[in-house]
Write a new protein. Sequence first.
Length: 551
Amino acid sequence: MSWYGFACPMTHVLEAGFETIDRENPNGSPSIRGYNIIGGKLTQSSDGSTFESTNPAWLDDCLGEFPLSTEGDVHEALAAARAAFPSWSSTPAPTRGQVIGNMGRLLMEHKEDLVRLQAREIGKTLKECGGEIQEAIDTCLFFQSEGRRLYGQTVNSELPDKELFTYRRPLGVCGIINACNFPSAVPFWKMIPAIMCGNTCVWKSPQDSPLLSFALARIMHEAGLPDGVINLIHGKGSGAGQHLVDAVDLGMVNKISFTGSTGVGKMIGEVCGRNLVSASLELGGKNPLVIMPSADIENAVEGAYWAGFGTAGQRCTSLGNLIIHEEIYDEFVERLMTKVRSTSIGDSMRNEDVLYGSMLSERYAIDFLKGIEMCEASGATKIWGEGRITNGNKPENFHGDASEGVYMWPHVFTDVTEDMECFHEEIFGPVVTIVKARDFEHALHLANASPYGLSSAIYTNDRLEAYRYKTGIKAGMTGINNSTTGAEAHLPFGGVKGSGNGTRESGIWVIEAYSYWHAVNDELSGKLQLAQMDVDEIEMEEADADYAGLA
Ligand code: UN1
């Protein structure tokens, strides 16, 4: 069958196996022919173009080839989502919840394989990939039962024989765009509540994790998801992602949910704003972590080290500015540096117990190195880190052959001050910028001084300080005696200021982002009763007391 002039299999997602392509990988793993999934069918790009997915920890390992989707492909996916909407939105919410529960159970069944696939595709450690797939499972299990709630309200009318109700209604077709640093948890944060509310989706997979997206989308269909409810398209941000955003101007999209950079988020917000289309925007962060003298220093060092260098610093909740009270500054930096200097780095699939692996992809490595240059140009003092790890330039605890992947040194900059660019700009990767604070007020001021407001944290054993921090900080999330990362799947996730537009992911709060409130009044009296005008007035009693002269 020919489609947009290109021959493609049009095989249903449930009938096909994973096709391999002829390619020898050094680790013996297969390369997969990946497809878009549009209306339940596996499709290629209309012009036949493809791109590859590469293992960033072992660059000779190719995970597969995926369609470089065209504008026509994106429109086809949007049309499929539009066509599936009437039937899915009228499916009872508890039934939608059952499908979601099935997804959670299938993810549990395939957890080990998905963890390894994710680690292979983006270089995160197996332990962290395990945590992330678990976050996707938790999201499914939470929303399975939310399908049995999705409550509206009954509201008393001011008129007799009249009833008022509120209902949650779906928005329509949702465009889902996420980054590859959390390639399973974050799209599930978005699509699970979206479909639970009765919406349908077009999911633009991150260009650096297409095989994982393909596997996850297939699992979703295996769970009983009807065709067209979630449509997967592959491609690059400036291609398929941009076509999806452009389709908002064409009236084809009712919601965009995006996780990524603040710059792209602002562009998406503008397009959605001029079309009055709802946008959920989860953007960058320069997450501050304050250390006060009363803190348990050993615990605080652990928290700062993990927040800065876990996931190779590639979480939107990773530590940005480490703000240390001057009284404990020297001791804290020394203890932190002892850990930093001995950081264990390498491919987690081949080395146990590494703190972090490769960068997510070469693109992330290039951007990170620009960020390091920016820190240097800002005038900050580099006390550790030498850019990209090579076999001739590697930290003591690097494991393996550095030339095989894209690995970075951990970096630490001190003498950072508020007037420096590196104080304000997010740098996605293993780097911490350290700032000295004179006292609590100064620390709080510094914590609020960046343009972002995603995550934040403080280590203190002074309860009043903890209280003042949590009430004074402008951030969507705050950890007390904890690191900046590690949000749980049932608490609201999101930021303020440059970190987003105020929408939240996760828990019951995300439902606001994927539904609108529909107020219905049912007039049972059989006559026209006018609100505000035909309401019985209760006269006030005349009182005898004389209030004059009391003051
Ligand atoms: C992200 O980096 O986009 O709180 C999400 C955390 C994780 C999610 C991070 N649960 O760090």
